[in-house]
Structures are given as C-alpha cells and as structure tokens.
Write a protein that binds this ligand. Structure first.
Ligand code: GAR
Length: 203
C-alpha cells in the first residue's frame, strides 16, 4: 500500500476521487494525511468526513508560495505520517527546494489544461479566452517551475460553443476525477518511470 499525502486549498473533489478509488480497492494506496494552507477549505472537511487525518498548516508570510519555515513544517508533517507520494490537489501555492528536496520525484500535481498550454491560474478561462477548441487536464511531476515538470498523463476535453468558464471547468473536473486516480494507481503499482522529460507507462 503506497502511503499518500494530499495538499489542497479548495473544495477537495480530486482528493475525494482518489480516496474513493483507494477505499474501493481500485488502487493499492491509501491517503494517510491531508494538509491545507486554508483553514476553512472544503478539502479538510471532506477528508474528515472520510475519516482521514486532516489539518491546516499555516503557509507563512507569502501569498503565492510557502515560506521556508512552512515548507519544512509541511515536509515534516508528511514525513511523520510516513508519506511516500505527495499529491497536490488544488494546492494554490508553488513549492520550492526545502519541500521538493524532501520528496525527490515524488510530488505530483493536477492542472486544468493540456500543458504546456495555459500554466498558472484559471487555466480553463485562459483556454476559453484564447479560443482553443480542445483543452483538458494534465497530471505532472512537480519541479521548481510553475506547472512545468514532466507530464505523466493527460485527458482532453472538447470546448463547446456555449461554454462559460464555469461549465468548461466543470467538465474538466469530471475528467480530472478519472485521470488523477488512474495516475496515482499506476504510480502505486510501480508502472511509471521517468526518462528526462518523458514518462513511460508499463502495462
Ligand atoms: C482542480 O480543477 C485543479 O485542476 C485546480 O484546482 C482545482 C481543485 O479542485 N488546480 C489548479 O488550478 C492548480 N494550478 P478540487 O479542490 O475540487 O480538487
């Protein structure tokens, strides 16, 4: 059983999808710790409803990243829980060396576009504004850049003429709830390796 730690700032639908896949026995993993930078985040409430250990950890003095002390606090909490894979699920802060160095090649993120298109905030809105006909979601390894690490998996979502930012984001999130558990499962089964920027899936 791969021990997973989840970091999130939002409502927690990806965390719930992964927790359900674990509980159903679909993937050989379990979530052992959920942490959030937002004390009232839905993800903490959802996690507690599922009986998971869930805590707010203060992010420190910056707005878009954790400060060094906070990075060490997050890494420390996850290490204490025996976490082997860190899953970012709507965690809205960039992680740097003090955190990533504690989990080399063991931090993954889901992003609501087909990277490298539309990194950063509100990627579904960026896609709509740009006028693309297809967008989607991407799971990737996390490096020190913004949404820039090696891509593990992607699912495409067609943009409809009547889409608003809200309807498009909703369909991307449906895709996310399929893609993320599948990727976590493949990692838990040891079926994914990395060669430079490319990842290789084994059956
Ligand atoms: C997801 O759509 C995820 O792709 C996005 O936040 C949402 C979290 O939803 N992440 C980012 O935009 C990161 N740059 P959730 O809290 O319901 O899982």
């Amino acid at each position: 059983m791969l021990r997973i730690g989840v970091l999130g700032s939002g409502k927690g639908s990806n965390m719930v999808a992964i927790a359900r896949a674990c509980a159903a026995g679909d993937i050989p993993a379990r979530i052992v710790q959920v942490l959030s930078d937002v004390p009232e985040a839905g993800i903490l409430e959802r996690a507690r409803e599922l009986g998971l250990s869930a805590d707010h950890v203060p992010p420190g003095k910056y707005r878009t990243k954790l400060d060094e002390e906070a990075e060490r606090a997050y890494a420390g909490r996850l290490r204490e829980a025996g976490v082997e894979l860190v899953v970012l699920a709507g965690f809205m802060r960039v992680l740097k060396r003090d955190f990533l160095g504690a989990f080399p090649q063991r931090v993954i993120n889901i992003h609501p576009s087909l990277l490298p298109s539309f990194p950063g905030l509100e990627a579904w809105k960026q896609a709509l504004d740009h006028g693309v006909k297809v967008t989607g979601c991407t799971v990737h390894f996390v490096d020190e850049g913004v949404d820039s690490g090696p891509i593990i998996g992607q699912e495409a979502v067609v943009v409809l003429p009547e889409d608003t930012p809200a309807t498009l984001h909703e369909r991307i999130q449906v895709a996310e709830r399929r893609l993320y558990p599948a990727v976590v499962g493949a990692l838990a089964e040891g079926r994914i390796s990395v060669a430079g920027r490319r990842t290789i899936w084994r059956r």
